[in-house]
Design a protein around this ligand. Sequence first.
Ligand code: SF4
Ligand code: MG
Length: 329
Amino acid sequence: GRPLLEVIDLRVEFPNRRGTLTALDGISFTIAPGEVLGVVGESGAGKSLTGAAIIGLLEPPGRIAAGEIRLQGLRIDNLPPGEMRKVRGREIGAIFQDPLTSLNPLYTVGRQLIETIQAHLNLGRSSARERAIELLRSTGIPAPDERIDHYPHQFSGGMRQRVVIALALAAEPKLLIADEPTTALDVSIQAQIIALLRDLCHRHGTAVMLVTHDMGVIAETADRVAVMYAGRIAELGPVTEVIHRPQHPYTVGLMGSIPTLGETRERLAQIDGSMPRLDAIPSGCAFNPRCPEAMPICRSERPPLMAAGSSQAACWLHASASADTGARR
Ligand code: SF4
Ligand code: MG
């Protein structure tokens, strides 16, 4: 079937006094209805920026300089702000690292849930309240019929993120963008929240773009994974393939061992050096200074995503194989 979300050759730039910083370049991927796409990479790789571009919340002066974003076939990258706000409320929900950024401290969680439900579904006040209680119950909040009248500060961090998940699902969005949804939480409850998010989205048929630097979270949750490096996609494929048969040398380094939930890897286990700054991205393959397999072409020509095993990798090592199958672009 048709993808729910299509990101096509997306480029995001930040103009500054000294020129233009290209923060995302040539980003292309799709998300199918109900699918969970994990987006993984080190800090600064462009994961959050990709999510922000999709929901139309790039911080100025950041702007989409090239490419398209389509939701159910319709472009959303060039909508007027008012139209985009409607898409954000109705079609695409968002969950961020800090639950407090998504909740209004002055209103009870019930008021926020009921307003969201009524803005999107044609329900009277008491039906909307019933539905809000149901949503809170489904996120595992005890005594939801009492808790609904509490304010955000009356919940613990983990309970608050459950409220945020309920709120994000209240409008029945087709796509949820979850950016490091458990990073701010106690390690002991991270797994519960991830399982809850996965189960609820599965039940509602909601697709998820799950941004995280935690490969364990990806392994537990995602159907497919996009590995980002220096503002580009290095590898894209089914999650078990990417974990067990990584095709890009960067991913090979990232997967030094099979990840477990809660494991944080800001640095590569096996590869020296660090990700380049966006104003100093090497020519050719951005990974070439760190790559144990680098060849002359890697310094001059930028590799596009090519067929690699059951995945796609932006790496010249796969050029001949993909040329044989006609998948090289
Ligand atoms: Fe390494 Fe070259 Fe592949 Fe880049 S394109 S990952 S430098 S082999
Ligand atoms: Mg981030």
